[in-house]
Write a protein that binds this ligand. Structure first.
Ligand SMILES: *[C@@H]1O[C@H](CO)[C@@H](O)[C@H](O)[C@H]1NC(C)=O
Ligand SMILES: *[C@@H]1O[C@H](CO)[C@@H](O)[C@H](O)[C@H]1NC(C)=O
Ligand SMILES: *[C@@H]1O[C@H](CO)[C@@H](O)[C@H](O)[C@H]1NC(C)=O
Length: 427
């Protein structure tokens, strides 16, 4: 037993030796592989250096690599989040998906608590605006002038007023100072019969052309936009004449006002009269411009005893208050309690009358009223009413004419001048 124990001991110690020998063997191998240790160290040291140096060049070569660093969207932590169960992380929340463009759907978490609030706000804001506008107008009537004149909507934007020939041939641009501090822009178009002659001519030639016995039309456009708007350009193509952007419109200076418009027209009339020899001068108003035309014609007659050659009113109204009561845009307010008091009465308080129905009672020049049956802005009944008022007041009834254009022509409010028969009609 002892011996065996000894044996066992020795066996143990032998085992120890064996183990020691066994441990020594990797040491022997290690000594043998000294050759790859430096390689490993070199690699471990060089790799980051290489990466460090190459990254800027790789980015320059493949810029889209940079988006990975900037967006880091591949780091989608917290990993394993269940987007469909946001309530595990935050209460009152739902998950929803929105397709923002074909093939792209974005996930959104929406909180119940502010969702109804948002919806209420989205619904209430327009309602509040709707209700407050009439009261604001009553309080600040000058606000109404913005809606009526719409001169801030200076479409077509980026029109180059100094180059009218880009839009209409035989035309030059000129400026006229109508009162101190107010300069209005005018396009002067000569008849296409003089088109060949007009090429490359200066303003002097155009001014002389005013006296060629061809009637001179002073064209007064409607609200919104400038003289470069397409239907106004079309008018010049068909009818030629002097198209003015009244004060506050287009490149004309000053602020729009009813009196200012009249001053502009009279200044242009005087300028044209001084150059037109025996040519007749007539006023042609469209829409809002019809009120400007009758105001100016009446003032000429009452204050200077001058009758213009004729007044043509295209898509007119009786007066601005009636226009306000009848144009489509006020339809949403017609049932509004106090519509007349809040909105219509504010027209006069804002200094806007445009009383064509009163003006035509004073006039005695030829008066032509044009209205399309499908006018969607100012109903033709206003044109008819104006015609009847004038006809009743005129001594020489044959001087008042009313021409309506049937629906099927589709001329509407703006396109009477697109009717090829217009020049013949006007003669
Ligand atoms: C949700 O609300 C309950 C009760 O107010 C609260 O105990 C719980 O911690 C909330 N859960 C989360 C995810 O905030
Ligand atoms: C001007 O006249 C020429 C020749 O008649 C024509 O080709 C051109 O389209 C016209 N330009 C405009 C803007 O109407
Ligand atoms: C205008 O007409 C009158 C008489 O008809 C004539 O004597 C005069 O020369 C004309 N003026 C011009 C500028 O044509």
């Amino acid at each position: 037993m002892r011996r065996r124990g000894r044996d066992g001991d020795s066996g143990d110690s032998g085992g120890d030796i064996g183990r020691a020998e066994g441990e020594a063997s990797p040491g022997r191998q290690g000594r043998a592989q000294h050759s790859w240790l430096p390689w490993l160290l070199c690699t471990l040291l060089l790799a980051p250096l290489l990466a460090y140096v190459s990254v800027p060049f790789l980015i320059r070569l493949f810029p889209s690599l940079l988006t990975k660093f900037v967006y880091l969207n591949f780091l989608a932590f917290p990993f394993f989040a269940d987007f469909r169960q946001p309530e595990l992380l935050v209460n009152n929340t739902i998950n929803l998906y929105l397709t923002t463009e074909p093939g792209v759907t974005v996930g959104i978490w929406a909180q119940h608590s502010w969702l109804p609030w948002l919806l209420r706000t989205l619904l209430l804001a327009p309602l509040l605006a709707y209700v407050s506008v009439p009261f604001l107008i009553r309080l600040f009537p000058s606000l109404l002038t913005k809606f009526v004149y719409l001169n801030f909507l200076a479409f077509p934007f980026f029109a180059d007023f100094r180059q009218p020939e880009l839009l209409v041939n035989n035309t030059i641009n000129l400026y006229l100072t109508t009162e101190p501090g107010v300069t209005v822009g005018i396009w002067h178009t000569v008849p296409s019969s003089r088109g060949a002659e007009a090429k490359g001519k200066d303003q002097r030639w155009y001014e002389e052309a005013l006296a060629d016995d061809h009637p001179v039309i002073i064209y007064l456009h409607g609200n919104g936009g400038t003289r470069a708007a397409s239907h106004r350009v079309q008018f010049l193509k068909v009818s030629d004449g002097l198209a003015m952007s009244p004060t506050g419109y287009g490149d004309s200076t000053g602020h729009p006002s009813e009196n200012g418009f009249t001053t502009d027209v009279l200044a242009l009339y005087d300028w044209a009269k001084a150059r037109s020899g025996n040519s007749t001068i007539l006023f042609w108003g469209h829409s809002l411009g019809t009120g400007i035309a009758t105001n100016a014609a009446r003032k000429l007659q009452e204050e200077r005893g001058i009758q213009v050659g004729a007044v043509v009113l295209e898509s007119p109204y009786t007066n601005i208050r009636d226009a306000g009561a009848n144009i489509h845009i006020t339809l949403i307010y017609r049932q509004f309690p106090g519509f007349e008091y809040l909105i219509l009465d504010s027209m006069a308080r804002a200094g806007m009358f445009f009383p064509s129905d009163e003006n035509v009672k004073v006039l005695s020049c030829p008066l032509l009223i044009l209205h399309a049956e499908d006018d969607g802005v100012l109903p033709p009944k206003l044109g008819r009413q104006l015609y009847e008022t004038a006809r009743e007041a005129y001594k020489d009834k044959s001087k008042v004419k009313f021409v309506t254009f049937p629906k099927k022509l589709g001329l509407g409010h703006d396109y009477i001048s697109f009717n090829p028969e217009l020049p013949a009609l006007v003669k």
